[in-house]
Write a new protein. Structure first.
Lengths: 115, 111
């Protein structure tokens, strides 16, 4: 079956602009995660959804970052007033259940470049 | 701040050699996972270890969780070019939903 998909695969924007990154999780997966991976680093947690609600948004770096999952499936990560430091690969993952030991299936990521 | 430190950061070896990658933390984790990530793709889960001292084998890969559940190692026997990639360890705490990833080890196996 289809895995996690993310669009766009690459996004180049200018400082100060608004961007939206989309994640389509595996069908039926109730848990969805967003991570950010900077060059040469491991992924860092941003936000976790269980169903439609954000169960844990403690990893969002500031209020310019926001994510939604209105119907409990597709999620959109929104970044306002982008800064050059936001440049990174944004990874989405889903799992059949939430929680620590459940396998998370990752998408290919969206590479965001802020000029 | 990375809670999990991996070493070495980079490793380049010849095909057929053995290698070990380490994942260390001052924190105790309830479980630890190892992932491999290839360029342009997301991480793919290799194994999950949950018990201190646990050893798991996956073909030529051997994973060990430290007795105190603070560290882990990945040993690859007779490395092959297909093993090339970024190896990431990721820990989870009881009650936490997300994973805390290590800094990664970039492995290159030269034919």
């Amino acid at each position: 079956g289809a895995g996690v998909s993310q669009t766009p695969s690459n996004k180049v924007t200018e400082k100060g602009k608004y961007v939206e990154l989309r994640c389509d999780p595996i069908s039926g997966h109730t848990a969805l995660y967003w991570y950010r991976q900077s060059l040469g680093q491991g992924p860092e947690f941003l936000i976790y959804f269980q169903g439609t609600g954000a169960a844990d948004d403690s990893g969002l770096p500031n209020d310019r970052f926001f994510a939604v999952r209105p119907e409990g499936s597709v999620s959109t990560l929104k970044i306002q007033r982008t800064e050059r430091g936001d440049s990174a690969v944004y990874l989405c993952a889903s799992s059949s259940k939430g929680g620590r030991s459940n396998e998370q299936f990752f998408g290919p990521g969206t590479r965001l470049t802020v000029l | 701040t990375q809670l999990l430190e991996q070493s070495p950061q980079f490793l380049s070896i010849q095909e057929g050699e053995n290698l070990t990658v380490y994942c260390n933390s001052s924190s105790v984790f309830s479980s630890l996972q190892w992932y491999r990530q290839e360029p342009g793709e997301g991480p793919v889960l290799l194994v999950t270890v949950v018990t201190g001292g646990e050893v798991k084998k996956l073909k030529r890969l051997t994973f060990q969780f430290g007795d105190a559940r603070k560290d882990s190692s990945l040993h690859i026997t007779a490395a092959q070019p297909g093993d090339t990639g970024l190896y990431l360890c990721a820990g989870a705490w009881t009650g936490a939903n997300n994973l805390f990833f290590g800094t990664g080890t970039r492995l290159t196996v030269i034919p």
